[in-house]
Design a protein around this ligand. Structure first.
Ligand code: AGP
Length: 618
């Protein structure tokens, strides 16, 4: 889950590459490096640490000059985070340079073979093995770099997005992908090209990009063109699709907020509106969604819906399970993609699989999709990144229009995923008659009110900050919810875990009595969702059970609740709404609570340790 950024053109590459790496740092941030071509030499600067550390090293190395450059920000897989394992890596002769995102699974076998041919290795990485394999193939076949890369890649097993450069051929760059994403930004009249893991590093330079498909390789020739070929047989890909990019520079900057996470929490009202714009026509009682409309027969005749996802997207899938079964009476199973892909699940052509992913690049979810397709299921994608691998791999889909989500902890992607899934469930419930006209129309009206209710809710930020101050040193925390809000309890716990490193668990409130209640004492903060329409009385008795064991209760209740405030230590009020939509409200205080606690514990909120924004390796 590394970030690659590169440039070949007539400008100075250094500022473009370094700036690009900063925008990709959410993908991995344990080491960084750059190689610049200047004066017929390859000049490499690399270091353990962040891109800011790389800038210091480049200054010390006085390595800034060159119209061609490639950089990398790393999330270690093979070889610990240190200077020598960071990228770029050079081949044994020093003539070829590579940056790589992914894992070469059979690197050890290849390494052993190369050692018998006299190669030595400076690092522990699979990437250094790959560049030396390319060098050996080039020598053996006396062929051009593009051909050598193609031949070498037919020998490797695993995932890769790579950019390879030859000091003897300074007007050409080879990029290729399998599993890990790579985009090529096309400059005016092919006078310059940008290469990156996503479009954010070059958005202000060009709005035109080619996203390589799996098993594709591109030969980029400066001032000339891009030729795309198939890795497996070197066949030409005649007209690779050039995408017009929608993203804007403003969208990928902090806009005055201290952190991307806080900015993205505050963007949720607009993100929800953007997500149902042109889809939700509440006054006409219509939901327009081409991906569903075009496949309505399949949806209505499906035996069941299987949702596959990871992390926060999996939690959105759980909320969707409640919705699809409640609104449309369609049976739903929610699967961890990483388990689903290896469990040999029973799937057939009568099943619909919905794959949910913010990044659209999560390897386990991508593999689960391919498995489902191979067994004849129809796969529908819910993604946030336009042109991402999952968006292109699925049979149909719907984008969440949350805009770029840069904070590693997912926030607006979660609420916009729930928004899209609610629209689909309502549409199917209407179409198969499970939902009465009256309910359908009242749900549509209520959905339109949600963004304002979220906006209204965001004023509680200061109150949440005060509560956070009281619990920032808690060693553990429990989150409880029932029904539609059980997945929100899981999500709240995940948010706290991933950015504040406090151990936290989410549970169905009634599950407490079957074990977790043993954890309760005056040290244990318990966040409980007790909204009026969701099994309220039962949750109130759960709160009393915790109170009688001196647990500290932070209760999320419906505005005007006059009961829980007499039991709980803290009460956070959310606007009233349909229970099915309450996850779009109850999740906000949880996002803010984890944000403030993490901040007070001095954690890096946007780039928490050991994590990365999109998990492109399994
Ligand atoms: C959530 O905050 C995490 N970043 C992580 O759990 C994430 O949801 C998971 O990796 C899935 O990512 P995706 O939605 O991009 O597939």
């Amino acid at each position: 889950m590394c970030g690659i950024a590169g440039y070949i053109g007539h400008r100075q590459a250094y500022p473009i590459v370094v700036n690009g790496l900063k925008r990709l740092e959410y993908r991995g941030y344990d080491s960084a490096g750059i190689v610049l071509y200047n004066d017929q030499k390859l000049n490499v600067s690399k270091t353990k640490g962040k891109v800011s550390d790389l800038e210091e090293i480049s200054n010390k190395d006085n390595n800034h000059i060159g119209n061609i450059g490639f950089g990398h920000t790393r999330w270690a897989t093979h070889g610990v985070p240190n200077d020598v394992n960071s990228h770029p890596h050079l081949s044994q002769s020093g003539e070829l340079a590579i940056v790589h995102n992914g894992i070469i699974e059979n690197y050890d076998t290849i390494k052993k073979e190369l050692i018998t041919r006299g190669y030595t290795f400076k690092s522990d990485t699979d990437t250094e093995v790959l560049i030396n394999l390319i060098e050996e193939v080039k020598k053996e076949n006396n062929c051009k770099l593009g051909k050598a890369v193609q031949l070498a890649l037919t020998q490797v097993i695993g995932a890769y997005a790579i950019a390879v450069f030859d000091v003897n051929k300074p007007d050409e760059v080879i990029v290729a992908r399998l599993g890990s994403p790579i985009a090529i930004g096309i400059g005016k009249d092919n006078k310059e090209f940008f290469v990156a893991s996503d479009a954010s590093p070059f958005i202000e330079y060009t709005k035109e990009a080619i996203y390589l498909e799996d098993q594709e390789l591109a030969i980029i020739k400066l001032d000339r063109d891009i030729r795309v070929r198939k890795v497996k047989d070197d066949s030409i890909v005649s007209s690779p699709e050039v995408l017009e990019l929608e993203m804007s520079l403003e969208q990928i900057e902090k806009g005055g907020y201290d952190h991307f996470m806080l900015k993205e929490i505050y963007e949720q009202p607009d993100a929800i509106v953007d997500t149902y714009r042109g889809r939700l026509l509440a006054n006409e009682g219509i939901i327009k969604m081409a991906g569903v409309d075009d496949n309505m027969e399949r949806f209505l005749n499906a035996n069941r819906i299987i949702i596959v996802a990871c992390g926060t997207s999996w939690h959105a899938g759980l909320v969707a399970e409640y919705m699809f079964e409640d609104f449309a009476r369609i049976p739903v199973e929610v699967e961890y993609a990483s388990e689903f892909r290896y469990r040999n699940p029973v799937i057939n052509e009568k099943d619909i699989v919905i794959a949910i992913s913010q990044s659209g690049e999560t390897a386990d979810t991508l593999a689960a999709i391919k498995l489902a397709k191979s067994k004849g299921a129809f796969v529908f994608g819910v993604c946030n990144v336009v042109g991402s691998s999952i968006a292109r791999e699925t049979d149909a889909g719907a984008y969440t229009h949350a805009g770029p989500e840069i904070g590693v902890a997912s926030t607006k992607a979660f609420t916009t995923q729930i928004t899209v899934l609610s629209l689909i469930a309502l549409k199917l419930g209407k179409a198969n008659g499970a939902l009465s006209n009256a309910s359908y129309h009242s749900y549509l009206q209520e959905m339109e009110l949600i963004p304002n209710k979220v906006q209204e809710l965001l004023v509680i930020n200061d109150q949440i900050e005060n509560i956070a101050r009281e619990y920032k040193d808690a060693p553990n925390c429990l989150y409880l919810g029932r029904g539609f809000n059980f997945p929100v309890a899981l999500e709240g716990a995940l948010k706290l875990k991933e950015i504040s490193y406090i151990h936290a668990e989410g549970y169905p409130a009634a599950e407490m009595k079957h074990g977790p209640i043993a954890l309760i004492d005056e040290q244990m903060p318990v966040v409980v969702i007790a909204t009026k329409k969701g099994h309220y009385e039962k949750v109130v008795s759960n709160i009393q059970e915790i109170k009688s064991r001196k647990g500290k209760i932070i209760a999320i209740v419906t505005q005007g609740d006059d009961t829980v405030k007499h039991i709980a230590d803290h009460v956070i009020e959310v606007p009233d709404s349909e229970e099915a939509f309450s996850p779009l409200l109850t999740t906000i205080p949880m996002q803010l609570l984890s944000y403030h606690i993490a901040l007070m514990r001095g954690c890096n909120v946007d780039q928490p340790r050991n994590l990365a924004k999109s998990v492109t390796v399994e």
